[in-house]
Ligand binder design. Sequence first.
Ligand SMILES: [Zn+2]
Length: 373
Amino acid sequence: MKTKLLSFFVLATGLLLFTSFTNSKNSSVKPFVVVLDAGHGGHDSGNVGNGYKEKEIALNIVLQIGAILEKDPNIKVIYTRKSDVFIDLWERGAIANRADADLFVSVHCNAHHSQASGTETFVLGLHANERNLEVAKKENEVIFLEENYKENYTGYDPNAPESFIGLTLMQEEYLDQSIMLASLIQNNFTNKLKRKDRSVKQAGFIVLHQTYMPSVLIETGFLTNNSEGAYLNSKKGQSEMAISIAEGILTYYKNIALGTPKAKNPVITQQEIDKAIETTEEKIYKDVTFKVQLAASSKKIDTKASNFKGLKDISRDKEDGLFKYYYGETSDYHKIELMKAFAREKGYSSCYVVAFKDGKKVKLSEVLNSEDK
Ligand SMILES: [Zn+2]
């Protein structure tokens, strides 16, 4: 009975959504709001590797992303800045929150004392490594140019950005969607533009910490690298980066708007899932196996993909008289989080990650706390 009620509910919600999309020309329908944030500006020039200016390049790219997105009448674009002005990090997030935006996308350029190169896209996360912290610190430094940063960022220790993350975890709720968007953008850079892939990463960026919606920060490449710097400073480079980012946002939008209620034809393909998993930075917990728990049932169901909305790599366990169905099996926590995000997109909206040690289920929080730096 319960399942019948549930399927009725799903059907009703689907129909409701369908009707609202078919009426999308009606002005009462809320547009999909994207906030585009060009890093730095005004007296904060960002990095100036090789003499190229991060604040100018970021703005050029952002304006072009906006122009592409604005062609879709259902998308509303809001810019944190459209000219060379200084806006503090706190205000950037506030702009997005006031607009009740659906996405926040911040665009930057990287710098390093070596000839390092490549693109990386960040989501706010707890599992930052040394190098990620370094990037976050650099992008966070701007708060020292802000007059009352002590009031605006209570409790923030600039020397330990990771300590800040524990204070409030608004972004945690949107992590799945943020990782999804980050993967789509990063995949475009790698597959379409053949840029060097530094993958989707997590770190403690203040600007991401302030927002109440899925948010990513894109490092489009290193100005300090001789050829990448020249590419990012060129018209061609900026336009190609903008197209890749805009297409990532549009795929995400289509997926959220059209894919969710009827997950039979998800916009994201298995190939894209595999690629995203492959390009995500590893976070290995030795002797631990993670799986995504999709469902529990008294019924024994064959684990073939067609029974699980196309998801492959399904396993089944019997526990307390119930059959548990899992997706994936890995010691890599980042990979399993990504797999969870995709399972949710396919319609398993309440699936979650479980951990096993020596074949026994253990508390996920204990696993994550034990080895975390
Ligand atoms: Zn920057």
